[in-house]
Design a protein around this ligand. Structure first.
Ligand code: HEC
Length: 184
């Protein structure tokens, strides 16, 4: 984007000359036209950069469900509000087909999966599993998750009354169950 602005500026300079102010409105119009053309061109060129939208494969033995019991009501909340960024079952929104928003989407998904990926949850060591579950509860309670930017467009991903408490009560149970299973 910076490069585009720079090119626009240079074109303006060459089109209007150093004493553009004296020439007045005509040159301003011409310069604006050039800026618009350059921005439009930049936008078109950006569209050639596609993101990789192929979900990584899922191995059933590696998933959250293989590690802990996930009741249907919890599945529904996670599926509705979290899985697009925290699993390998991402459904890409329409704006993932348009740049530069596609990069923005991809960035959130990569970052989200790096921090917590339900599809490979069972590959985490015990302490990491427990830590991630307790963070999950904290993040929804403090309303940091789902990411606010995601909710602008995914309106039904918004947490409903009672969702955060249901998730926290489930994570507490799951953390205890993991503890118990490991000490057996
Ligand atoms: C639009 C993508 C997106 C959605 C939807 C989303 N997250 Fe996140 N999540 C992220 C990103 C990106 C990070 C890492 C950066 C950060 O912490 O802000 C993150 C971080 C987290 C973390 C912190 C993990 C750590 O290691 O600190 C937890 C826990 C979490 N999310 C849980 C959830 C839960 C639960 C939901 C659903 C209620 C959810 N997220 C929905 C993108 C998302």
């Amino acid at each position: 984007m910076l490069a585009v602005l720079r090119i626009s500026y240079n074109l303006f300079y060459y089109a209007c000359g150093r004493d553009a102010a004296i020439r007045g409105r005509f040159c301003m119009k011409k310069a604006l036209k050039i800026v618009v053309i350059v921005l439009a061109l930049g936008f078109v060129i950006l569209q050639f950069f596609r993101i990789d939208k192929v979900n990584p494969p899922i191995n059933a033995a590696d998933t959250l469900e293989a590690a802990v019991e996930v009741p249907p009501d919890i599945q529904i909340i996670l599926g509705r509000s979290c899985n697009d960024c925290h699993s390998n079952t991402t459904i890409y929104p329409w704006y993932a087909n348009i740049q530069p928003s596609a990069w923005y989407v991809k960035d959130h998904i990569d970052d989200g999966r790096r921090h917590l990926n339900f599809s490979i949850f069972n590959t985490y060591p015990l302490s990491k599993k427990q830590k991630k579950l307790s963070e999950l509860c904290e993040q929804v309670r403090s309303e940091e998750m789902p990411l606010p930017a995601y909710l602008w467009i995914h309106r039904d991903a918004k947490m409903r009354p009672g969702d955060a408490e249901a998730l926290c009560s489930w994570t507490n149970t799951a953390i205890a169950a993991l503890e118990k299973a490991s000490s057996n």
